[in-house]
Design a protein around this ligand. Structure first.
Ligand code: KG4
Ligand code: ZN
Length: 372
């Protein structure tokens, strides 16, 4: 089936067209066209996403991107050959979510196709499940662009989701069946990266900036004792996280130092990255063991981070389990992950898809309820 995916939960306006075929496990996914337009530069002066500005940009850009997507996917015309529209309904910024949903509804009515509402965090999970087909050279020569498959999963799986708005550990017992086992009690990891970057005078979004600075320091010896940061909740008996304390520790450190040199800033960036990574890896490791996980899924914008990716690679190797992690280009928000996740919904739903009028934005939507 041909799916048009739309993602507007934050500051990326993203649209794609995929062709998905076969049973969910091992399903073939062909990306016919995929565009992500980032508004990051526009929000940089505010040091974060300004929701109404983001909404306005989504509304302005969606029709332009759609036109280009349909042209690229070679399905333009009065009634393009689309079988379903996948759209993010939450979590995210509600004005932004509504921009995508309203746009999707207009198209659905015009083209007489159903809408599949997708949870953004489940989208991130599916970004990690996409693996390139074994024969990329052949694929590259064909008229369609890239061929992927949805990985078959060995359950139970533990999923660590780390983005700008969320940090959570979920136990996944089957496709679409999640149990929340831990989450942040304050800042999300990406949010902490962005706030610490701001304290260090780096532009928004801060994650990539901190990562770049920290990488420069990876070859040098361990960090100066005076720059050591806390590892909050490292030994707490639950699977919850807390990152605002590390940010506050950076704030006090900078107050004490006064005007930090570029060298000191880079050392702080590295120490911050190390502190966050240690906590994430340690809690995930414990969850893997306690729940007897066969698979580890890590996803969300923060998984673009080189150091964090490599530490999770080591963890999975040590534990002898499969690691599923998105390709770099699929880590931050995109429409591909939404379209792919919608295929799982379509394949799993027995009772059919929701009526258009019942689809609403839900800024705090969850994929699972907490029960531990
Ligand atoms: O998943 P995402 O694109 O949007 C949300 O759903 O929130 O995640 C964005 C977050 C931002 O906080 C950004 O700073 C962070 O991911 N991020 C990174 C890196 N690239 C993006 N954090 C650490 N290292 C990176 N390389
Ligand atoms: Zn996201």
């Amino acid at each position: 089936m041909i799916i048009l995916g739309i993602e507007t939960s934050c500051d990326e306006t993203a649209v794609c067209v995929i062709e998905a075929n076969g049973p969910l496990e091992g399903a073939e996914i062909i990306i016919c066209a995929n565009i992500t337009l980032s508004q990051a530069r526009m929000h940089a002066p505010y040091g974060g996403v300004f929701p109404n500005l983001a909404k306005r940009e989504h509304i302005k850009n969606l029709p332009i991107i759609l036109k280009e997507i349909l042209r690229k996917a070679k399905i333009n015309g009065e009634k393009p050959k689309v079988d379903a529209i996948a759209v993010t309904y939450g979590p995210g910024l509600e004005p932004c979510l509504w921009a995508g949903i309203t746009f999707a509804k207009t198209l659905a009515e015009k083209w007489s196709v159903p809408i599949v509402p997708v949870n953004h965090m489940e989208g991130h999970i599916f970004s990690a499940l996409l693996r390139r087909k074994e024969n990329p050279k052949h694929e590259a020569r064909s008229t369609k662009h890239f061929g992927f498959r949805i990985s078959s999963l060995e359950f139970p799986a533990v999923a660590l989701l780390v983005s700008g708005g969320h940090t959570e550990l979920d136990l996944m017992e089957d496709y679409g069946k999640y149990r929340l086992i831990g989450e942040t009690r304050d800042d999300a990891v990406g949010e902490a990266f962005d706030k610490v970057a701001r304290l260090l005078g780096l532009p928004y979004p801060g994650g990539p900036e901190i990562s770049r600075l920290a990488e420069r320091m990876r070859t040098s010896a361990s960090v100066l004792p005076s720059l050591v940061l806390p590892r909050p909740m490292l030994h707490s008996p639950d699977y919850d996280f807390s990152f605002s304390g590390i940010k506050t520790a950076v704030l006090y450190l900078l107050k004490k130092i006064g005007a930090p040199s570029e060298q000191i800033k880079a050392e702080i960036a590295r120490e911050f990255e190390d502190a966050v990574t240690e906590v994430l890896v340690s809690k995930t490791k414990r969850a893997l063991r306690e729940y007897g996980a066969q698979t580890l899924i890590v996803a969300g914008g923060v998984i673009a981070n080189t150091h964090i990716r490599s530490e999770f690679g080591k963890l999975a190797a040590e534990e002898g389990i499969t690691l599923l992690i998105p390709e770099l280009s699929h880590t931050t928000d995109n429409a591909l992950m939404i379209a792919v996740a919608s295929y799982a919904t379509v394949m799993n739903k027995v009772e059919g898809l929701p009526a258009l009028e019942t689809i609403r934005a839900d800024g705090t939507a969850k994929i699972s309820e907490r029960n531990n």
